[in-house]
Design a binder for this molecule. Structure first.
Ligand code: ATP
Ligand code: MG
Length: 359
């Protein structure tokens, strides 16, 4: 297979962890006989420094003509004093918008070897393997009107929660399609006892479910979902929900595993290239020191192979290599590596050795 990947390292530890993932990608290409070419683009603070813009037009062009995008992270204290619309983070929001990335996928896998890093009991998190599918382009973050006005002589703020049927349908459908690749259960999360948009959400979910007779659909109110994620996270497979609920639940779920350095994500569009990135930020406190945990970015690469290119064997090989390395007790400093903590490069090398051994 031949694919072209846009690589956007970004700021802070972004370039370090992206570099690691590319080494792993080269290894996968070698082992499985694929050809992956990449071209690097600017986004975020580094783009501001070079071009004055967080998202240069060239970067958008590069992404649009690529088959997938691998991103590190954007932002950092250096650019925190810039006005809101000039910030590095605007680059990422702009990219999501220009590529129409409407579905954000966040798998949460609890590694039993890392159970000590979680705040929950080992019995609760062992075996957790769920995926949160969050709608990314609609809902209360974007609905109009959004304004301040005087009501009854008092300053009042208004946000509006809007969802069209087609917006709901495409995200719910994505959830079901993902469930077909997994344990075949979809939990649709809403607040249908209060919100009209949630009642439409539920109706659409029931309709879409008819096209997937082999998949179980359950509806859950968001407050209950927040509780169940902590109480019995193993009862979830695919969780599909709207923008704000997804924002909150995915951060909650990410804490089940205990480390930001482990968690990948993907943002998908209807037919263009998807964006793959770790959920952690630029970690300015450790940037440039060679200490960053590269596993979240390597796992994001695994998602790219699986969801963008349909390369399941290759994706699984990466996932298994990560598992083995952790089982062997290898740790970066964020995973309580202590004195013997591995550097970014050393951890990357361990993953590559595993890939070679199992090839
Ligand atoms: P942002 O604002 O950039 O989205 P954040 O401020 O919420 O991100 P991070 O930049 O991800 O958070 O960092 C939070 C903490 O986690 C920091 O102490 C950082 O060093 C640590 N951290 C984050 N990612 C990693 C990683 N890959 N390896 C090691 N430590 C990490
Ligand atoms: Mg930060």
């Amino acid at each position: 297979m031949e694919k072209k990947i846009a690589v956007l390292p970004g700021d802070g530890i972004g370039p370090e962890v992206v570099q690691s993932a590319l080494k792993v990608l080269d290894q996968i290409a070698d082992i499985f006989g694929h050809r992956f070419t990449y071209e690097t683009g600017l986004i975020g603070g580094c783009a501001i420094d070079e071009t004055g813009e967080p998202l240069p037009a060239e970067t958008i062009e590069l992404c649009k003509k690529s088959d997938a995008i691998l991103l590190g992270a954007v932002g950092g204290p250096k650019w925190d004093t810039l006005p809101g619309d000039k910030r590095p983070e605007k680059g990422l929001l702009g990219l999501r918008k220009s590529l129409q990335l409407f579905a954000n996928l966040r798998p949460v896998t609890a590694f039993s070897s890392l159970a000590e890093a979680s705040t929950l009991k080992k019995e609760v998190i062992e075996g957790v393997d769920l995926m949160i599918v969050r709608e990314l382009t609609g809902g209360i973050y974007f609905g109009e009107p959004r304004k301040r006005k005087e009501i009854n002589g008092e300053e009042t703020a208004i946000d509006t929660l809007v969802y069209s049927k087609s917006e709901i349908e495409r995200i719910i459908r994505k959830g079901f399609e993902l469930a077909e690749l997994r344990s075949k259960k979809v939990t649709s999360v809403d607040k249908a006892n209060v919100l009209e948009s949630s009642r439409l959400w539920r109706e659409v979910a029931n309709e879409v479910a008819k096209d997937f007779p082999n998949i179980e659909l359950e509806h859950m109110l968001v407050d209950n979902a927040a509780m169940q994620l902590i109480r019995s996270p193993k009862s979830f497979d695919v969780v599909v929900t709207e923008n704000m609920f997804g924002d909150i639940l995915s951060d909650e779920a990410s804490m089940l595993t205990g480390s930001l350095g482990m968690l990948p994500s993907a943002s998908l569009s209807a037919d263009g290239p998807g964006l793959y990135e770790p959920i952690h930020g630029t970690a300015p406190d450790i940037a440039g020191k060679g200490l960053a945990n590269p596993l979240a970015t390597i796992a994001s690469l695994s998602m790219m192979l699986k969801y963008e290119f349909g390369l399941e064997k290759e994706a699984d090989a990466i996932q298994e290599a990560i598992d083995s390395v952790l089982l062997q007790g290898e740790r970066t400093s964020d995973l309580a590596g202590g004195e013997k903590a591995l550097s970014t490069d050393e951890m990357t090398e361990k993953v590559i050795v595993q890939l070679k051994e199992k090839a």
